[in-house]
Design a protein around this ligand. Sequence first.
Ligand code: ATP
Ligand code: MG
Length: 261
Amino acid sequence: MAKIFCVANQKGGVGKTTTTVNLAAGLAKVGQRVLMIDLDPQGNATMGSGVDKRSLKLTIYDVLLESASVTEARVKSDKLIEGGCGYDILGANRELAGAEVELVDVERREKRLKQALAEVDGEYDFILIDCPPSLSMLTLNGLCCAHGVIVPMQCEYFALEGLTDLVNTIKQVHANLNKDLAIIGLLRVMFDPRITLQQQVSEQLKLHFKDKVFNTVIPRNVRLAEAPSYGVPGVVFDPASKGAQAFLTFAQEMVERIATM
Ligand code: ATP
Ligand code: MG
């Protein structure tokens, strides 16, 4: 049975997509069977995995509207396979923005993704879902099928403020919609140890959230930012870079975590 993780944070530009594609690549590199789902109409995780979102015939949009199955809509990426980090991709493009409205009158609309994933559950070790920067119906669909949430965050002052909304949403989903939603893990990203404030916020996080903070810290690293323009995760683009190495360590940490779940 696949372990399903949402990468979520309603704050924009905090590193959700970078985390999703690099974790997917890192897990694939150590032999895990991975499906990466792009649940953001921006389609960044799709493009960042070497798949042209404009050329996709079927996307997560068709899956949510039940006009295609996951098996029909998923694709592979040559660039990832060449890089030795092949994972499957359920892509997204702008069309997905319409799903929110089109699902309004549908019953159990927040369970659409969960139902669709049942078909492929046995084929993967990990299913990773890149969420949009909002607590929308799309993110809710992700949370309803997940076992855990990975929350990437920068160690800044306002980061803690936004966290309360997200934690409350996760608690509500756990109570009302998805009892399997067990763990939340905070991942410190774009970290610069030279900045005192970042160190302070990092300490605060550990104090408050204890073992819910992942041990791995992802540094700010330009190679991770450059990789998407080549259509691959940093782990494939420059495996020796500090950023890629951190994500490989994080993939290992995730494998160890699910062993205890
Ligand atoms: P959105 O909310 O728009 O979906 P996001 O949370 O998915 O954004 P990303 O797209 O992953 O965030 O990252 C935002 C920007 O920061 C991108 O330009 C990305 O390349 C850069 N970035 C992410 N992580 C790092 C890092 N560790 N070091 C350097 N740059 C990074
Ligand atoms: Mg994103």
